[in-house]
Design a protein around this ligand. Sequence first.
Ligand SMILES: [Zn+2]
Length: 370
Amino acid sequence: MTTGYRCSLCNRTYRIEERVFCCGCGGYLEVAGAPLLGKEAFRSRVRGIWRYREAFGLPEDAVPVSMGEGNTPVVERRFDGVSCRLKLDYMQPTGSFKDRGASVLLTLVRHLGITDICEDSSGNAGAAVSAYAAAAGVRCTVFVPAYTPTGKITQMRMYGAAVVKVPGKRQDANDAALQHAQNLFYTSHLWHPYFVMGLKSAAYELWEECGESVETLFVPVGSGGFLEGLFSGFDSLFRAGYAAKLPKLIGVQASACTPIHTAFTTHLDGYADVSVGTTVAEGIAVQRPPRAAAVLGAIRASGGYTIAVEDGEILDAARTLSESGIYVEPTSASVIAAWRKADKNDKEGAVLVLTGSGLKATDRYSGYFS
Ligand SMILES: [Zn+2]
């Protein structure tokens, strides 16, 4: 298998040894030639995301940087008289779904012999990349918005990462990381296609556990990488002849930051240029998501749509979830808030992906609920 990248805009190809995170033309990259999953994957005795490694398109001799990520549970709950299923994807080594992407991306980084990386994050991706960099023996610098909760910054520093606080909005941290990308390998979860490859694994898990019964899937959307990864996974199951149809993907954004929601509702192919406010759901406040075209394409191809939710609705949803024993951060609770507002036919039995542990947001919640 030849491994490399293809530009989504101009079709230029790159070898993985070229250490690029985007095309010279500015387009985002896709992994070229990742095979469809064979039946052997579903018979494997390996647990977690590495069960599906052939679908990641990594070099065959790359040794996984793994800490037991993936294989997260699905539980049923009933809210407002309607049943739904919750995929508890925050039950991972660093407390968020981002470990799926970080495990695959750092496997590539170590395989290429890279010793210094940088990333920008509002929290969870920074923690995941810091932890997997530590496990891989790679030095890591993370640029975070200055408003990032202290607990998340401490978690990154505990993993040994250098954390640089950038004043301003989430986008300013992104710009700061891009400036440093000339010296350090920029392992951006916003840009890098191997991060998305790792996120695909959640679709395979849902398929193995729930099969065709996954008809509607609610996913929080910041950069949209998780939604893109879930689509990519289900689409490959469809193309390989396992799944008869794709689940409807419903992307959830906070009303204070809606570049994807606005683009979807006004029929744009890339992100909408929106003004951005602050939100309790800082994990989905990405003003200019670089892979927006792929995210919008995935929502449309699945027959899905987008929903925006207010902070008050998110906090209510967090409380409702907690009262059923499930403690997640506001970004994750947004999917419950959106599910409550969704079309009636899309609610019963829907799967809602919960992405980040509430333990990362206890300080924030104490300001609202104590
Ligand atoms: Zn290009």
